[in-house]
Design a protein around this ligand. Structure first.
Ligand SMILES: [Zn+2]
Length: 82
């Protein structure tokens, strides 16, 4: 039964990271992670992957001109300091 519990936890891992589960399911997964190193490692590496993806996607989803404005603001801020 333990193996299928792991499969369930991994299937719900991304929803767990987004806290997109019922409180009782969140609690069940949390308890499982407390005693299962493999699933803990799985959830951690998934969290890193999700963060990396959201960081690399950010510039693509930024509205037109947004990065230029940020860039300009950084340049202005530097000018002010010097
Ligand atoms: Zn497990």
């Amino acid at each position: 039964m333990r193996r299928s519990e792991c499969a369930q936890v991994r299937a719900k891992a991304s929803a767990y990271l987004e806290k997109d589960l019922s409180p009782s399911l969140m609690e069940r997964i949390k308890k499982h992670l407390d005693q299962c190193h493999l699933c803990t490692a799985f959830v951690r590496s998934l969290a890193v992957t999700v963060r990396m993806l959201s960081e690399t996607e950010a510039p693509q989803t930024a509205p037109d001109g947004f990065t230029d404005r940020v860039f300009q603001r950084v340049k202005d801020a530097k000018k002010g300091k010097d």
